[in-house]
Design a protein around this ligand. Structure first.
Ligand SMILES: Cc1cc2nc3c(=O)[nH]c(=O)nc-3n(C[C@H](O)[C@H](O)[C@H](O)COP(=O)(O)O)c2cc1C
Length: 183
């Protein structure tokens, strides 16, 4: 049942990842799922940049240097995490949004459509036994220095992926009844 998959989807963090590569064909399957998200006026604003191997390491170095450069009192533990976490992933997909040049829909709709594409990837990865999560550090605002971004293209974070060991984290939600008004 689709509801079981939806409830099984968890944020699985790099600390749980094992050293196992994710095959290109599997990443392509996840990206194909992303591509079936809905978008207002069919703008299909989601853009992805797949990082594997050496580029993961480069991302970690970039983020840690940027953090040290922009933080008045950088914390050593955070620097270490920024360097180490990307290396632990089986692959990282940078989540980007391409603003429609005609601005035919509001920006929030483009971000919403991109987020729906990410949910598709997340559910697909869950089904495939790949742990994943959306990382959105404040440092994403500097990603135009790392990637060549097109005009109107923004980076909204990183989709970390990795095969993992151990149980998926426990999760709870507040009751839906508290979030719904009927009639
Ligand atoms: C747009 C978005 C951005 C997120 N950014 C981060 C992040 O930067 N760091 C983090 O640890 N988790 C991040 N998360 C994951 C949430 O913390 C996680 O989804 C939430 O705790 C619920 O847990 P679950 O995904 O296992 O159900 C993000 C989730 C979303 C939807």
């Amino acid at each position: 049942m689709i509801e079981d998959l939806i409830k099984r989807r968890r944020s699985v963090f790099p600390v749980q990842y094992i050293d196992k590569e994710i095959a290109k064909a599997d990443i392509e399957r996840i990206l194909e799922a992303a591509n079936w998200a809905p978008s207002h006026r069919k703008t299909e604003p989601w853009r992805f940049k797949v990082l594997q191997g050496e580029s993961q390491e480069k991302l970690g170095l970039f983020l840690s240097l940027k953090y040290m450069e922009t933080e008045s009192k950088p914390k050593e533990i955070k620097v270490k995490k920024l360097i180490e976490n990307p290396k632990k992933a089986g692959a990282i997909i940078a989540i980007c949004m391409q603003r429609d040049p005609n601005e035919s829909v509001p920006e929030w709709e483009e971000i919403a459509a991109t987020a729906m594409a990410v949910q598709n990837m997340w559910l697909c990865a869950t089904e495939m036994g790949i742990g994943s999560y959306w990382s959105s550090p404040g440092l994403v605002k500097y990603m135009d220095e790392f990637f060549e971004l097109a005009t109107g293209e923004k980076c909204l974070g990183f989709f970390y992926m990795g095969y993992y060991e151990g149980d998926i984290p426990e999760a709870t939600r507040g009751a839906i009844e508290d979030k719904v008004v009927w009639g």
